[in-house]
Ligand binder design. Structure first.
Ligand SMILES: [Ca+2]
Length: 267
């Protein structure tokens, strides 16, 4: 009798394990950073910004443990190769499987826009569409009054730099967030004004190179700031300028067609 009971329980446990695994593998996609199929920013939103009709909100996390907010900062991002190994726990409140461990969140979001501003040339934003990613865009939040530099391509190693695409010509759009409000763990930037854009030719270099913004555009930026009289209610910083980087052409990778940018920082 006891043996029968034990066997029954064993079968139930095995069935539960199989069922659980099935749910987990189905739920892996898109949590917490989604990929190319689910863009949060696109050229239609950019057109609306140009017409002052956009309701775009960019959430900037206060902690580097929350890079999932940065998935809204790009038109696509490459699916992390670590996704399959990430643990998910069932949330008691929603019943959904979620990633709770910050290090797992970071793994899932490894190619998000967070990787452009993490001061680490070994991490990068990568576009996540088929082909070379021409027309794909990513936001960075930096003070354009300061000198800037860019590390285009995957700076992790010479091998990876050459194996992947590097941006050749990029379009740089300058925007102003007229509003910022502090939330629990993020700052929310909204009410964007489009200042203008220019094309910038990059060298095929596995290192930092200058990113210079034309004086005429900076002059226009400063005149808009003065006119708009921007008031911020942020916790962390009061930088109102955003750059939207658009891939226009690439230096082809020897092995992959993913285009990456490792870092944009102050020079
Ligand atoms: Ca980086």
């Amino acid at each position: 009798m006891r043996k029968e009971f034990f066997l029954k329980m064993l079968v139930i446990v095995i069935l539960m394990a199989i069922y659980q695994n099935k749910i987990l593998s189905q739920e892996y996609d898109g949590i917490p950073c989604s990929f190319g199929k689910n863009p949060h920013f696109d050229s239609k939103i950019l057109s609306k910004i140009k017409e002052n009709k956009s309701s775009l909100e960019l959430k900037e996390p206060l902690s580097s443990s929350d890079p999932e907010h940065y998935q809204d900062w790009a038109s696509s991002l490459l699916k992390s190769e670590y996704t399959g190994k990430i643990n998910q726990l069932k949330s008691p409140s929603s019943g959904k499987f979620e990633i709770n461990d910050p290090s797992d969140v970071r793994k899932s979001c490894m190619y998000s826009a967070a990787s452009i501003v993490d001061k680490n040339k070994n991490t990068a934003w990568a576009e996540g569409v088929e082909g070379d990613g021409i027309g794909e865009m990513v936001f960075v939040h930096l003070d354009v009054n300061r000198n800037l530099k860019i590390w285009s391509g995957f700076g992790k190693s010479d091998h990876l730099f050459k194996a992947n695409n590097r941006p050749d010509l990029i379009g740089i759009h300058l925007l102003i967030a007229n509003k910022c409000s502090g939330a629990q763990d993020t700052e929310i930037y909204s009410n964007f004004t489009y200042v203008g854009s220019f094309d910038y030719k990059l060298d095929d270099l596995n290192n930092y190179q200058k990113l210079e913004i034309p004086e005429t555009l900076l002059k226009k930026y400063k005149s808009i700031i003065t006119k708009n009289n921007i008031f911020y209610d942020c916790y962390k910083n009061n930088i109102n300028s955003f750059l939207l980087i658009e891939i226009k052409s690439v230096y082809k990778g020897t092995k992959y067609s993913d285009t990456l940018i490792s870092e944009i920082a102050y020079d």
